[in-house]
Design a protein around this ligand. Sequence first.
Ligand code: 2AM
Length: 182
Amino acid sequence: MVETTQRLFFALCPDSATRARLARAGAVLHRGWGGRPMRAENLHMTLVFLGAAPAGALDALLALGAAQNLPRTVLRLTHAECWQRSRVAVLCPDEAAVPLLHLVGSLQRGLEAAGLTFDRRAWHPHVTLLRDARCDAGEAVLESIAWDVQEFALLASRHDVSSVRYEALGRWPAGGSWGPPS
Ligand code: 2AM
């Protein structure tokens, strides 16, 4: 059962090699921008953020995830940005891969149809690498990371006293070609 207090979101989860590359990029950015590096196991790219979902929504969310058809897609994370307002350092693509735009749109339409609320702000694809960053330390130059997207997931963020951990409630592999949800 979905606890009403947990935060849910659909996200891309990196494979272990990409995860390691992202963590190394975080360590490089940390030298300039400080802050707190994300734990490697928590690295992800949010697709749609739901926040607290009502108890009983889990079945609909799992069905929605399973109805998507994401082709294997390479996402090129080309540059780092430090966002002053939220004080996070992130890696971004120059352009969002089209299949991912389709996936985000399809998930949003499915949530809408199911009467579930979600963050409707425009999607800015990014991977957060540092929190509480000092964004006044100049530009960062990094090698781009080619992320061969292999799966997306429904994640729940769980807080304990000292840390946040993301638990996958459902995972769906990428593969095949893009088509309408079955
Ligand atoms: P992100 O900004 O790095 O994608 C769990 O709360 C995760 O969901 C956060 O780490 C945050 O990661 C993402 N997220 C996306 N939109 C959010 C929102 N409106 N409020 C809180 N978290 C959000």
